[in-house]
Write a protein that binds this ligand. Structure first.
Ligand code: DAH
Length: 313
């Protein structure tokens, strides 16, 4: 029997023989079943035989498996010096890359990333933002109206309202998302992205707004960013400011912001006597263009693979 095992040449034959000996009606199985009728000496002999046979099977199995592996390796050699066909590897779109970057910077400052719908109702897009019907500021944004009275979100400021309604105070929220306005030229597309930031707490001042923006922008552009502040007007902030950023030797208009108007807080059930906040909103695509040194916004949306490749993305 031992020689039989040793001389076996394939795993299939080994398995067949194993079943013959250790299977349900196998010879060793029978012997083991019959042990109760045997003397101690006889049992010791059978136990030893059982152990030895199992070991032989195991060794043989290892030997055969190794041989099979070696045979496989010998026939499946890969020639790593062969030229491979160039593959088109996809990458994450630059706008998305930059978006992830700036979001994680905001999160590192304790801002919660919010979401909000692209189709908004009048309340979130305008009225709650202290821009009631017939308010002249509604004309500043060429709105796409839907038949049911809803609008395509014209500004991410709508998400501020959703954030305050949902989470109350204190709150620090950050959002990037698409916004829609009826405009189309080299610097404007009907869909563009805005960033929105909001911080409401006790004793928040405009200095906090400036410090926060400077930190976020300096981290994003990986250099110290110089800013300048001009007075401005938005219905939802008082005072309102516009902030420019120094880029090379030029000042670029960057964003709008200010201290959240008491009416806006009240509209979200927050007591303006106790809480103040700052808010800011800015065009995201232009910021990403600056980061990558691009001058035509439309390239981001054309989906031209050659452009993406040549731009090193
Ligand atoms: N929503 C404004 C716009 O689209 C930008 C803006 C200005 C957002 C001031 C703000 C803010 O949060 O406080 O032009």
């Amino acid at each position: 029997m031992k020689d039989k095992i040793k001389n076996i040449g394939s795993l299939e034959d080994l398995q067949a023989l194993y079943t013959e000996i250790f299977g349900k009606n196998g010879t060793m199985t029978q012997k083991l079943k019959n042990m109760a009728n045997l003397t101690n000496e006889e049992r010791t002999v059978i136990n030893a035989e059982n152990a030895e046979l199992r070991q032989l099977f195991k060794d043989k199995q290892n030997e055969l498996e190794l041989a099979a592996l070696n045979a496989k390796l010998a026939t499946e050699k890969i020639d790593v010096t062969l030229d491979v066909e160039p593959k088109n590897r996809g990458t994450i779109h630059p706008l998305t890359q930059a978006l992830k970057e700036i979001s994680s910077i905001a999160q590192s400052l304790g801002y919660t990333l919010m979401t909000g719908p692209e189709i908004e109702d009048d309340w979130h897009n305008f009225t709650a933002l202290n821009t009631p019907e017939y308010h002249p500021a509604r004309d500043m944004q060429d709105t796409f109206f839907l038949e049911n009275g809803n609008v395509m979100r014209t500004q991410t400021s709508a998400v501020q309202i959703r954030a305050m309604e949902k989470y109350g105070t204190p709150i620090k929220m950050f959002f990037i998302g698409p916004t829609y306005r009826k405009e189309m030229n080299a610097t404007h597309t009907p869909m563009f992205h805005q960033i929105e930031g909001l911080c409401v707490d006790k004793n928040v001042t405009i200095a906090d707004l400036l410090g926060t923006l400077r930190t976020i922008l300096s981290k994003f552009f990986e250099k110290d960013i110089e800013m300048r502040v001009r007075p401005s007007y938005f219905p939802f902030t008082e005072p309102s400011v516009e902030i420019d950023m120094k880029w090379g030797d030029k000042w670029l208009e960057l964003l709008g912001g200010g201290i959240v108007h008491p009416n806006v807080l009240r509209n979200c059930g927050i007591d303006p006597e106790q809480y103040q906040g700052f808010a800011f909103g800015l065009g995201w695509d232009r910021l990403a263009m600056l980061k990558y040194g691009l001058n035509d916004l439309r390239a981001f949306y054309d989906g031209d693979i050659r452009w993406l490749k040549n731009s090193g993305f």
